[in-house]
Design a protein around this ligand. Structure first.
Ligand code: HEC
Length: 93
């Protein structure tokens, strides 16, 4: 019984952390990734989970992106691999 409570508490925490990771992205990409950020990006909710993971890692190491990739590099710099996976699970198809 105790175990179940701890599990529920942990799940609650991780879903809050997940929502937080996308919080700062929503201003440009929309709450569910439904907007073209600054009129430039793809509509990221239409991207596959794998494509989102690849794009975010690519922005981090400078191997992906268009004219505004510098802006996205700043956005993803502080994200862990777990954050990137969580974001792709939340937003991607
Ligand atoms: C200040 C506005 C802004 C914020 C905040 C922002 N983005 Fe972006 N995002 C953009 C723009 C502009 C592009 C297109 C960049 C380029 O030229 O490659 C983009 C591109 C992307 C792409 C690739 C789509 C494509 O067009 O290839 C993904 C995925 C993405 N952003 C996810 C995120 C995530 C996740 C966050 C939060 C950690 C975030 N963005 C925060 C503006 C923003």
């Amino acid at each position: 019984m105790k175990k179940a409570i701890v599990l529920v508490a942990l799940l609650g925490l991780s879903s809050v952390a997940m929502a937080d990771a996308f919080q700062k992205c929503a201003g440009c990409h929309g709450a569910n990734g439904e907007k073209k950020a600054l009129g430039k990006s793809k509509i990221i909710k239409d991207m596959s989970k794998a494509d989102i993971v690849a794009a975010l890692h690519g922005y981090k190491d400078g191997t992906y992106g268009g004219p505004m990739k510098g802006l996205m590099k700043g956005q993803v710099a502080g994200l862990s691999d777990a954050d990137i996976t969580a974001i792709s699970e939340k937003i991607g198809k």
